[in-house]
Design a protein around this ligand. Structure first.
Ligand code: BG6
Length: 455
């Protein structure tokens, strides 16, 4: 068995502390990684491993077995554009007998080309070998930069060595969308414009940008969330039944959705929360959006006249990601109560923090009178497992170590999604400033006549 090494660039970044260290710790605890696996935390700062672990201990919020992690983790100091540092890293990995190497770039996209070039030049990953390189989203800053980066990467690596992450695809309930759809005739046969009235895709966050101003200010909500996570969710909801459940067939079916999805320019709202410009490393006159709302159409027969709504942003009222499918109201024989009428036949795929599926439908109220009311069937996904449902990054890191590419995005998905969001900022330069969700909700109602909570 080849000895494995995860080599993570961006050792002192938010992603490493918030997601990657806890995910690696959990995989170690469950015995999912090889006993001799090594984790190299690579950073620009001068630390030794002990100092780094002390820093990480302060930054990571979860309870962890730090002694166990210390047995596997090494800190490695490296300057991104210093060839000698890469040679030293190569020697270090060779000295530790690591032959199955996974390099993870938990860094902004601007650094991808230079690091990829150096990694290739040092021989850490050679074109055509089985070593792998992982890129965090956003992959590029727009369509043009994404294409440039990709062209550059293809010079050094085969596509089979390139893993592009969208961590939403690693979430259990996102993987469950296809099972719910295609594993239940009752749903798949009604999954079209004849039955579905609208689809709402939400990823709200109550947190602000916190320490990530430097990254976020050059990106914004459209590129941080919509181009990746929200469009991926939309594609899984809207795609036709794939020819098979192979990774490639699923990706082909997703691409068809991306190629037919159009944002309705007049529907767009960009918002920025008040106080955002005071965040560290954010420009004082920043026009970056921290919230976006828009409607899209999917120009396929299946989705004729079905609006898809997207809502995402920071500094809102809650942390919640979900997909809501509203079904058409029927010509009812019954006299429905107002509440029952509004809520009837709604399917909610809850992604986080709760995960599960909720179906709302009409029933007769108990009693002598014929009163119709709304009832819900609620499936709690996490309640089924003896342990917590795995964090998205656990699943993705494990798949990476096993060379399973299904949940990683193919280049044409990235290209198509950049194409969709390409002109969004130009089409909506106006920015609404909001104090909190209530304020934003009210302003959108006034300006667009849209009630975000009642789409
Ligand atoms: C990341 C974004 O991709 O997703 C962050 O860069 C965002 O800004 C995060 O906070 C949300 O992910 P989750 O899994 O917490 O919903």
């Amino acid at each position: 068995m080849n000895k494995q090494a995860f080599v993570v660039f961006g050792a002192t970044g938010n992603l490493m502390y918030k997601k990657l260290i806890p995910a690696l710790d959990s995989l170690l605890q469950q015995g999912k990684l090889e006993e001799d696996v090594l984790i190299y935390a690579v950073g620009r700062k001068e630390h030794d491993t002990k100092e780094y672990l002390a820093l990480a201990k302060r930054a990571v919020k979860q309870d962890m077995d730090w002694d166990r992690l210390a047995e596997h983790l090494r800190y490695f100091h490296l300057e991104a554009d210093e060839p000698d540092d890469y040679d030293a890293l190569f020697d270090e990995l060779a000295a530790s007998d690591c032959t199955d190497i996974m390099v993870y770039l938990a860094l902004p996209p601007q650094l991808f080309p230079v690091i990829a070039r150096r990694i290739s030049a040092s021989g850490l990953i050679k074109k055509g070998d089985t070593n792998r390189i992982v890129f965090e989203k956003p992959f590029g800053e727009d369509l043009a930069t994404a294409k440039d980066i990709n062209q550059e990467l293809w010079r050094y690596f085969d596509e089979s060595q390139i893993y592009r992450i969208d961590h939403y695809l690693g979430k259990d309930m996102i993987q469950n969308i296809l099972v719910v759809r295609f594993g239940n005739r009752i749903f798949e046969h009604t999954w079209n414009h004849r039955t579905i009235r609208s689809v709402v895709i939400v990823a709200k966050e109550d947190e602000s940008v916190m320490q990530r101003g430097g990254y976020y200010d050059s990106i914004g909500a459209i590129k941080d969330m919509l181009q990746s996570h929200l469009l991926q969710m939309a594609s899984l909801v809207a795609m036709r039944k794939p020819a098979s459940f192979s990774s490639e067939a699923i990706k082909d079916a997703k691409i068809e959705v991306f190629e037919h999805l159009r944002i309705v320019p007049e529907s767009m709202v960009r918002g920025q929360y008040r106080g955002y410009r005071d965040a560290d490393k954010v420009a004082k006159d920043s026009t970056t959006e921290t919230f976006v709302f828009c409607e899209a159409s999917i120009e396929l027969d299946k989705w004729k006249d079905v609006p898809f709504y997207f809502i995402t942003g920071k500094h809102l009222d809650e942390k919640r990601s979900e997909i809501i499918l509203h079904f058409h109201d029927d010509e009812s024989l019954f006299d429905l109560q107002e509440d029952a009428q509004r809520n009837q036949n709604r399917l909610v795929i809850k992604v986080s923090p709760d995960d599960g599926v909720e179906f709302t439908f009409n029933v007769k109220q108990p009693g002598l009178d014929n009163v119709i009311t709304t009832a819900g069937l609620d499936y709690c996904h996490s309640c089924l497992s003896m342990q917590n449902t795995p964090e998205a990054y656990e699943k993705l890191l494990l798949d990476l170590s096993r060379q399973n590419r299904t949940l990683f995005t193919r280049w044409d998905e990235i290209e198509a999604t950049w194409h969709i969001v390409e002109h969004m900022t130009r089409d909506c330069e106006e920015l609404l400033f909001y104090d909190d969700y209530e304020d934003l909700h009210h302003q959108i109602q006034q300006r667009n006549g849209v009630d975000l909570d009642d789409l």
